[in-house]
Design a protein around this ligand. Structure first.
Ligand code: GDP
Ligand code: MG
Length: 445
């Protein structure tokens, strides 16, 4: 989804991370790259201009709490979030959802996808088809519903000449015991008065809590025109942008919606009933920038880390065995280490970490503590002075084996290598210069 835009934005982030210095020249170059990427994705020029100005302004003038590279990345992240549309939450409660939109945008397929979504969340959905103009539409939806075991109603048994509103009312009654009633409506090729009258009538008689507009991503920035027109007609509560998988213009559609009163609830990413994603702007932008799931990462770090977990010595570039111990303890608090590493920006730190590193257990930490207690202060501060005879002495003194002592030293070496690559590594993560893991994650707000 939006691969081209994402590739260009990732490249911009890489440039920031690799920059020797963040100055006007660098920021200008990055802004130009981002502009080009957004315009290719059909984002409106005026929006791109505002975003560019804000990135320039904030990157160079705003007071920094992070190092300059992190600061710029954070600014880009926040500004993209600003233009890429607000997210709307469709609650997981009993409700009626009416789907509207022009012909061919994906209303019928999305009805089935939504039913699947609620079904997966443990609710009982049912689908009502109010498209009396195309019998094929009704068959298409019935088949999809049958496959999922979702009940379906299209008023087939009602007398000839049934009205659309009549069908919807009968359907709502039929599915009295179902939580979520999803109503498919007929579209037209253009915004015609006839269609508007029809959806207005359904709205008036059935009072659906949600009125969702389905838009095809390939219309790009034109999305705002349709969003406004449908909002004027029936009051849109949320938007679903479909076919994000098949067009480069999705960025334009998303940003156009951000200029209207409406917000985006879901995006459609393919033709099967499972190809529907809840839209969350922060997660969406993290992914576009190739920065893992930054929000989850920050949440995890904030929940489990306190200021004391961050050791000032590491900030000065020193990394002793005591630091290792504190870092491992802090990381253990945050839960599965492996998962955490995978969520880090740009797919981890670019350092290959031994699988054993991921298993920092309580017992292991205790053993490390005992071993460290048998070391001299010099050894703890400068572990590289620990040679074979020292290893033997420490093992004897702590009642452990030389293998266990060596393991601790191996851990330290790996962690130190990781810290080094963070502070100097080319093509790794230079933006984390001198920052321990925990501190870095706190900074990326
Ligand atoms: P409607 O006229 O608004 O009811 O549109 P339909 O639901 O019949 O969809 C029109 C076409 O778009 C169908 O061929 C769907 O399979 C396709 N479609 C809908 N949503 C998506 C999507 O998210 N991705 C892709 N690739 N195709 C989609
Ligand atoms: Mg349809």
């Amino acid at each position: 989804m939006l691969d081209k835009l994402s590739d260009s934005l990732k490249e911009a982030v890489r440039k920031i991370a690799m920059a020797n210095k963040i100055d006007k020249h660098t920021v200008d170059e990055i802004v130009r790259d981002i502009q080009r990427a957004l315009i290719q994705a059909d984002v409106k020029i005026s929006l791109v201009k505002v975003l560019s100005e804000r990135i320039r302004e904030r990157s160079l003038k705003e007071k920094m709490v992070l190092n300059p590279r992190e600061h710029v990345i954070k600014v880009v992240y926040e500004e993209l979030m600003n233009i890429l549309g607000k997210a709307i939450d469709v609650p997981l409660t009993a409700q009626k959802i009416m789907m509207v939109g022009l012909h061919g945008t994906g209303k019928t397929s999305t009805c089935a996808k939504l039913a699947r979504y609620f079904q997966k969340k443990g609710l009982k959905p049912a689908v009502i088809c109010a498209d009396v103009y195309r019998p094929a539409a009704s068959d298409q939806l019935r088949q999809l519903c049958d496959k999922m075991g979702v009940p379906f109603y299209d008023g087939a048994e009602l007398p000839e000449g049934k009205s659309v509103v009549g069908i919807v009312e009968a359907g709502v009654k039929e599915f009295d015991k179902h939580d979520v009633k999803i109503i498919d409506t007929a579209g037209r090729h253009a915004l015609e008065e006839e269609m508007i009258e029809e959806i207005r009538a359904i709205r008036k008689e059935v009072a659906p809590e949600q009125r969702i507009l389905v838009l095809d991503a390939s219309i790009g920035q034109q999305a705002s025109v349709q969003a406004r027109a449908f909002d004027d007609a029936i009051g849109i509560t949320g938007i679903i942008i479909t076919k994000m998988d098949g067009t480069a213009k999705g960025g334009g559609a998303l940003s156009a919606v951000s200029e209207t009163n409406s917000g985006i609830a879901f995006v459609g990413t393919g033709e099967t009933v499972n190809d529907l994603e809840k839209f969350e702007s922060d997660r969406f932008v993290s992914r576009l920038l190739g920065m893992g799931d930054i929000k989850s990462l920050i949440e995890m770090a904030e929940e489990s880390l306190t200021e004391e977990d961050i050791d000032a010595d590491i900030l000065k570039g020193k990394f002793t065995l005591n630091d290792l111990y504190n870092q491992l303890e802090a990381l253990k608090k945050m839960g599965p280490f492996k998962k955490l590493m995978e969520m880090l920006p740009l797919g981890g730190l670019g350092v290959n970490i031994d699988d054993s590193m991921y298993q920092v257990t309580e017992d292991k930490l205790k053993a490390f503590k005992v071993i460290m207690d048998s070391m001299t202060k010099d050894e703890r501060n400068e572990p590289k002075i620990i040679d074979g005879s020292r290893v033997k002495r420490i093992a004897r003194g702590s009642g452990t084996t030389t293998a266990e002592v060596s393991e601790l030293i191996k851990y330290h070496k790996m962690m130190q290598k990781m810290m080094k690559s963070m502070s100097s590594g080319r093509g790794k993560m230079p933006m984390m210069k001198g920052m321990p893991l925990a501190k870095m994650m706190k900074g990326l707000k």
